[in-house]
Design a protein around this ligand. Structure first.
Ligand code: ZN
Length: 169
């Protein structure tokens, strides 16, 4: 299974800068898979360079807030020495949840690019539109979904299918 997945993504040629950064987020998600974590990866980009990388570590850390996005924001703030990440963009493989969308607003990230839509808990546009109802925060986060959507969605699907197979044994 893992060999099929790596074949799938190593052969991928990004056709623009957004796909290039999303591919880096996918690589992070693959690190999460190796740790039996749900495959969600994230990078934060500043001045067209990757500032920080992270992946979901909820099980590893035994901590509900250790989503890829929150961990990336934490790392980026430490690195920059400021809670404001105004000139930074985030690339994340899955549409952020309510908690992460809130953290994104608080850290004033400029734009979020996500891969797969999350119909059950996505807080950007699928189940909620936190960025748009957050006008009172006087920071408007822009977003664009569906970057390498097929690959990002396939990772999630594979992960949950493998869990179902494992649970059946
Ligand atoms: Zn989250």
């Amino acid at each position: 299974m893992s060999s099929r997945r790596s074949t799938l993504f190593s052969g991928l040629r990004p056709s623009n800068i957004h796909e290039r950064f999303m591919l880096e987020a996918i690589k992070e998600a693959e690190k999460a898979i190796a740790k039996q974590e749900c495959p969600i990866g994230c990078v934060i980009v500043k001045d067209d360079k990757i500032l920080v990388r992270s992946h979901n570590l909820r099980l590893t850390r035994g901590n509900a807030i250790c989503h890829a996005e929150v961990l990336a924001i934490d790392k980026a703030c430490r690195k920059i020495g400021d809670f404001r990440l105004n000139d930074c963009d985030m690339y994340v493989t899955l549409e952020p949840c309510t908690m992460c969308a809130g953290a994104i607003i608080q850290s004033r990230i400029r734009k979020v690019y996500f891969g797969a839509y999350e119909p059950k808990s996505g807080a950007v546009c699928s189940c909620n539109d936190i960025f748009n109802v957050a006008h009172g925060h006087n920071h408007q986060v822009e977003y664009e979904g569906g970057i390498l959507e097929e690959q990002c969605a396939a990772m999630m699907k594979d992960f949950f299918r493998n869990i179902r197979i494992r649970d059946r044994k």
